[in-house]
Design a protein around this ligand. Structure first.
Ligand SMILES: Cc1cc2nc3c(=O)[nH]c(=O)nc-3n(C[C@H](O)[C@H](O)[C@H](O)COP(=O)(O)OP(=O)(O)OC[C@H]3O[C@@H](n4cnc5c(N)ncnc54)[C@H](O)[C@@H]3O)c2cc1C
Length: 438
């Protein structure tokens, strides 16, 4: 045995599972990634239906990805990812304000979710000891007595195939939002795992488009919700000489239609007029894909009592956020970093240490997402004084950021998860924000 254990099994080969496998490689002699989909390659797939919608990797995620998998960025660019200077190439309108930006800030690497996942998978698959077991459904946990998970039960997706047992020193759940680990634990007599949920009911619709060469649209156009209009759009240039045109809105009156005419009418309410003209002059490359996202959901494993050893959870299975803030993949990167640090301290108390440390890393993104959701009056939930003050201040920040590139830069560093939210409360920023609002 080279590391702290002989075998680790990762459940799910989405972004979080792949990044976790990266963290586990080296700490365990063998890492097996079990995945229900087969032949994962470049296309959006059944197990990741959100893969057809625009996926933005935030600046912090970009940095961690390259740290965990050196060469990933070059591979993305080699695969056709678009490199953008947000100060020159992006149009960002938030809260009804177009944000001022200056050239030369953190560059953005723009790719579709399938390309991102492919590159990460290829890098992870090349690590010694990592192997993929595809076409298999994970259906339950294996235990040795009450205190320890010792593997998983899987069923191959081949008709008539018998269930298999995969034994491991460590099981890591990365099966996404629909993962059933917390129910399996309850069935085994553990937990319950406390949950926090804010119901938002966001609906998505996406169409890939090719714009005329002279459209002058830049490399990304992002329009966020504004008071009275809980809807937004992100049109992002990606590999393959195309843009992913994604629109979203709260369910009901702001749900984007999936028919041609309705979709375009919805886009028209959001896109700057010249961008809408370019879309009309462009070529639709595929049909319109829809997706619904019911709630922000956080599983509080760090607060559960009597959890067994040998089981960790990451990615959307642990915490999933309103996708319009583009945090999910970057949070998966942060979680892989936390896991790596916890593994470096050895196997003792690993689950307890991991869940505590990861909860700390999740606090800022979770609070930011929930506060932003609760800024929309249509979303139900308690708005304590802290959230009301924070949201009123963020309104002022966005207004100031329309005139002041320094304020905009600091705002983007916070929402890009490079700096914590208190960075927006530095005296120099507060003075500019309050001055600009006067
Ligand atoms: C519409 C939409 C847009 C988004 N946009 C962004 C964005 O712009 N930026 C961003 O960072 N994030 C975005 N996200 C979030 C992002 O997709 C996820 O947070 C991120 O990919 C991490 O997901 P994951 O790997 O935990 O789970 P998933 O991506 O859901 O992967 C789970 C994997 O587990 C497999 N699996 C599930 N159950 C089983 C089982 N029983 N047996 C075997 N395998 C199983 C699935 O096939 C899948 O491969 C968006 C999400 C949605 C819904």
């Amino acid at each position: 045995m080279r590391g702290i254990g002989e075998h680790a099994v990762v459940l799910g080969a989405g972004m979080a599972g792949l990044l976790a496998a990266r963290a586990l490689a080296g700490a365990y002699d063998r890492v097996t990634v079990v995945e229900r989909d087969q032949g994962l390659n470049g296309r959006s797939r059944k197990g990741v239906p959100q893969g057809r919608h625009a996926h933005i990797l935030l600046p912090r995620g970009q940095r961690i990805l390259e740290e965990l998998l050196p060469g990933a960025e070059a591979a993305l660019i080699g695969g056709g990812a678009v490199v953008a200077d947000p100060g020159v190439d992006h149009h960002f309108a938030l809260g009804g304000h177009t944000l001022a930006r200056r050239p030369g800030s953190e560059r953005a690497i723009q790719a579709s979710r399938p390309l991102l996942e492919d590159v990460v998978r290829e890098c992870v698959g090349a690590l010694p000891g990592v192997r993929f077991a595809e076409g298999r459904d994970v259906v339950g946990l294996l235990t040795a007595g009450p205190g320890r998970i010792t593997g998983v039960q899987v069923v191959p997706r081949t008709p008539g195939a018998a269930a298999e047992e995969v034994r491991a020193d460590l099981v890591l759940d990365a099966m996404g939002r629909a993962g059933r680990t917390r129910y399996w634990l309850e069935r085994l007599g553990h937990g319950p795992v406390p949950q926090e949920e804010v119901r938002i009911g966001v609906a998505y619709a996406t169409r890939p488009v090719r714009l005329p060469l002279d459209s002058g649209v830049g490399k990304a156009v992002v329009v966020g919700p504004r008071p009275g209009s809980p809807r937004g759009m992100a049109m992002v240039a990606v590999e393959g000489d195309r843009y992913l045109l994604t629109v979203a809105g709260l369910d009901g009156a702001n749900r984007p239609p999936a028919d041609e005419e309705g979709f375009l009418a919805f886009v028209r309410t959001l896109a700057p007029p010249e961008v809408f003209e370019a879309i009309l002059a462009g070529e639709a490359l595929d049909g319109i894909a829809s997706h619904r996202y019911p709630s922000d959901l956080r599983n509080r494993y760090e607060r559960a009592r009597g959890l067994p050893d040998g089981l960790l959870v990451t990615g959307d299975a642990l915490c999933s956020f309103n996708p319009i803030y583009a945090q999910g993949m970057t949070v998966a990167c942060l979680e892989a970093q936390v896991l790596r640090r916890c593994l470096a301290a050895g196997p003792r108390g690993l689950a307890r240490r991991y869940f505590r440390a990861v909860a700390k890393a999740l606090n800022d993104p979770w609070r930011m997402a929930v506060a932003a959701d609760l800024s929309m009056p249509e979303v139900e939930g308690r708005r304590g004084p802290a959230i009301r003050v924070m949201n009123a201040y963020v309104d002022r920040v966005q207004a100031a950021a329309a005139r002041d590139a320094d304020v905009a830069e600091q705002f983007f560093r916070v929402v890009g998860l490079l700096d914590p939210p208190p960075a927006l409360m530095r005296p120099s920023i507060v003075a500019r924000v309050l001055g600009a609002g006067a």
